[in-house]
Design a protein around this ligand. Structure first.
Ligand code: ATP
Length: 247
């Protein structure tokens, strides 16, 4: 179902009544002589799903990585405000602080899933909890319900190579939720999948994120994937040039 209205809005307008989880203003990033981001501004509300589209090289991944504290922008401001924590200004944080922030506040889903093939599905999902100091048994107990919720009951002990591409991507989605991270970042989460599987994976991703009050920021080349999100930002030459809001 395409629920997209195609209506445009002011970029600064908040489409949700919910408070903003991320507010980026004038974010810039240059690699040598390449201007990857040229003053991008946006906000993401709690529970909102936001798609970022644009031609290859337009700066989508660079923007996602700045918002997720993976890389440090050169200038601008990115303010992350999650429930129960003081708002944090990301610009200017060192690598250690960004790494800590990513572990506690951010979930990640990538095109290839980046799952560990030698571990089982449940071990992969439990891993972020184990990395934050939870005992293995507790972590696996917390991981299992996410696998069940995403249609993978009975597959907990399978290695990643024993799963289909769509199933593996649902393991990656479960892994991004298990810490309760309030913001999930996804870079081409359906890029390697056929359109039917892609639609199933989007169902799972939206259920696990905006369906639970978490925010989702995803980069995609696929208009059908973007159309499932609340809003789509279009980028060109490191800038956000257009915005569409779902009906
Ligand atoms: N680590 C890097 N070193 C040098 N240049 C980079 C680096 N990362 C990105 N760039 C450049 O910055 C610009 C934006 O890249 P980015 O990956 O953000 O674009 P994109 O829109 O995500 O592209 P694609 O759709 O092809 O993944 C491009 O010109 C790219 O070559």
């Amino acid at each position: 179902m395409d629920h997209r209205a195609g209506a445009t809005r002011l970029l600064s307008m908040d489409t949700h009544d919910s408070p903003a989880v991320l507010v980026a203003t004038g974010v810039a990033k240059t690699y040598d002589s390449t201007i990857a981001l040229d003053g991008a501004s946006l906000s993401v509300a709690a529970g909102e799903s936001l798609a970022i589209m644009g031609a290859s090289g337009s700066g989508k991944t660079t923007l996602l990585h700045c918002l997720a504290a993976v890389i440090a922008p050169d200038s601008g401001s990115i303010r992350m405000s999650v429930p129960g924590a003081q708002p944090i200004e990301l610009v200017g944080l060192d690598e250690e602080a960004r790494s800590q922030l990513r572990r506690t506040h951010c979930g990640f889903v990538f095109q290839e899933g980046l799952l560990l093939p030698e571990l089982s599905a449940v071990e992969n999902v439990a891993l972020p909890l184990m990395l934050t100091g939870h005992p293995r048994s507790d972590a696996e107990r917390a991981a299992a319900p996410w696998l069940h919720a995403l249609g993978l009951a009975g597959m907990e002990d399978r290695r990643i190579g024993q799963l289909s591409g769509g199933q593996a991507q649902r393991v990656a989605i479960a892994r991004a939720q298990v810490t309760g991270a309030p913001v999930v970042f996804a870079d081409e989460p359906t890029g390697a999948l056929d359109s039917a599987t892609s639609s199933d994976v989007m169902d799972a991703l939206l259920y696990a994120t905006s369906g639970q009050g978490r925010s989702l920021v995803l980069v995609t080349h696929d208009a059908a994937v973007a159309a499932r999100c609340d809003r789509t930002l279009h980028m060109r030459d490191g800038r956000i040039v257009h915005e569409e809001t779902a009906r």
